[in-house]
Design a protein around this ligand. Structure first.
Ligand code: AHR
Length: 500
């Protein structure tokens, strides 16, 4: 089987936004406690941060981390997590039914983010709280000095403000499961009021209004339209959240999950633009895809709800397969393809909870299969995204209609001359030879590196015992002849090919 495309250096979609490679740390299960933070671990530093997890976070290439939730944030009192640890209250955590010790809070997160070399993205609680809480936490994190909360931060050891620019106005407020769930009208008014207040405090902030928790929500579309009718002028982004899993052994549909992501993004862009048109606004609202991943949510939902109140229980610690990694690589292709409007994104989550990094309390940390396509894409995608129109065979899927067998996107860094093609083959039995015509670049490009993630066993995983069972390996069949790249994409595979 064959597929082809012609790449044109002038057909630029948009610059690669570094914020595409965001991640997410929520107070959920073992993401914070025994994930990024575990005082007493042999590899913990003076702040109690696991240095093995920090090193893997940097290797993953994460650029930004959303914090502290997620569903958690809608019942959270940020003040519980500041000041002397012995005075911090233990609280019931209702979103995930556990006990929150508050040993880790905003100051610890800021210190950790500095060490991880990531930008902080902060979500405020618009579930049980509102405008005042958002202003207070902003004053604590961003106001330089001379006011009550700024001085409190300074007395807690952070002389300089944290300068957080990107703020989420609540989390998934369309979801009935969300503490303080609201109608679109109620939330739109609250988001707009909070945004206005935050802008009065600091005009340059970038603000994200909650969009839909998934494109399957009954209010999808009308939610975005109503919220933006209220908040269009005062927010910069609307969020999208999407999790994918293989349903009932339907691998073909699962492998085509990015078709759904494409459609989701394009629908939200169309909705936002139609509100903008009605408001006669010249401004464009971008998308913050601030939760996305493979998550075996139906497994989680079929479990008995927790009855114990425990600290950092093991919750949704999905173990990822080769097929999951191929889907994750493809979801990144979809995000990059939409770089003109998706300018921020967060894979959910970073450690242990539906995460590319796993860690054991007192034990090792390792890379799940999905770590690899993320790390390679974050490292290699530079410069601009090029429009990548493929001529590919298609196949029928039950969930997403007709899907192309090959999906791909290319990035081009004019300055250093790198051209990178990211591609997946969704076929379950046959390899595909992808031909990329590069004559519009002039000259004769040279193959610099090529990586493929695939395996005879599509269900293979990385475990504590075999942490490197699944890794990307040099692509077997990649070659350049004149101005033509040819690459053999094995069945169910993800590849990245860099040319110079
Ligand atoms: O990432 C796990 C959960 O998924 C988040 O807390 C919530 O926002 C979403 O439903």
């Amino acid at each position: 089987r064959v597929a082809s495309c012609v790449l044109d250096p002038a057909a630029v979609v948009a610059p690669v936004s570094r914020r595409t490679f965001g991640s997410f740390v929520e107070h959920l299960g073992r993401c914070v406690y025994t994930g990024i933070y575990e005082p007493g671990h042999p590899l913990a530093d003076e702040d109690g941060f696991r240095t093995d997890v920090l090193a893997l976070t940097r290797e993953l290439g994460v650029t930004m981390v959303r914090y502290p939730g997620g569903n958690f944030v809608s019942g959270y009192r940020w003040e519980d997590g500041i000041g002397p640890r012995e005075r911090r209250p233990r609280r019931r955590e209702l979103a995930w039914h556990s006990v929150e010790t508050n040993e880790f809070g905003i100051d610890e997160f800021a210190r950790w983010a500095g060490k991880a070399e990531v930008e902080m993205m902060y979500a405020v609680n618009l579930g049980t709280r509102g405008v005042q809480e958002a202003l207070d936490v902003h004053e604590y994190t961003n106001h330089p000095e001379g006011t009550a909360f700024a001085e409190l931060r300074r007395s807690n050891g952070a002389k300089q403000p944290y300068g957080i620019r990107l703020w989420c106005l609540g989390n998934e407020m369309d979801g009935p499961w969300q503490i303080g769930h609201k109608t679109a009208q109620e939330y739109g008014l609250l988001a707009a009021a909070t945004a206005r207040a935050l802008r009065a405090a600091e005009p340059g902030l970038e603000l994200v209004a909650c969009g839909s928790s998934s494109s399957a929500m009954p209010t999808f579309g009308t939610w975005e339209a109503t919220v933006l009718e209220h908040a269009y002028d005062v927010v910069d982004y609307v969020s999208c959240h999407a999790y994918y899993e293989e349903h009932g052994g339907d691998l073909g549909s699962f492998l085509a999950s990015a078709v759904d992501m494409d459609h989701f993004v394009e629908s939200v862009v169309a909705t936002a633009d139609s509100v903008g048109a009605r408001l006669r606004s010249k401004k464009k609202i971008n998308i913050s895809f601030d939760e996305w991943n493979v998550w075996y949510l139906s497994r989680f939902q079929s479990q008995e709800p927790a009855t114990e109140w425990s600290v950092a229980p093991r919750v949704i610690e999905d173990e990822y397969t080769v097929a999951d990694a191929v889907v994750v690589g493809n979801l990144l292709i979809s995000l990059l393809r939409h770089s003109d409007r998706v300018t921020a994104a967060c894979q959910a989550q970073l450690v242990n909870v539906i995460a590319p990094i796993r860690s054991e309390p007192g034990g090792p940390a390792w890379r799940q299969t999905i770590f690899h396509p993320f790390a390679k894409t974050a490292a290699l995608a530079r410069g601009s995204v090029l429009r990548t129109r493929l001529d590919s065979p298609t196949y029928a899927t039950d969930r997403h209609g007709e899907a192309s067998v090959v999906d791909a996107v290319a990035t081009h860094d004019e300055e250093i001359g790198d051209l990178v093609v990211f591609a997946v083959n969704r076929d379950q039995t046959e390899s595909v030879e992808l031909t990329v015509d590069l004559h519009l670049f002039g000259g004769e490009p040279r193959l610099a590196e090529a990586w493929t993630l695939t395996d005879d066993d599509l269900r293979a995983t990385n475990t504590q015992e075999r942490p490197d069972r699944v890794v990307p390996r040099p692509t077997a069949g990649a070659s350049v002849d004149g101005a033509t790249l040819k690459v053999v994409l094995p069945r169910v595979s993800w590849s990245a090919i860099r040319l110079v």
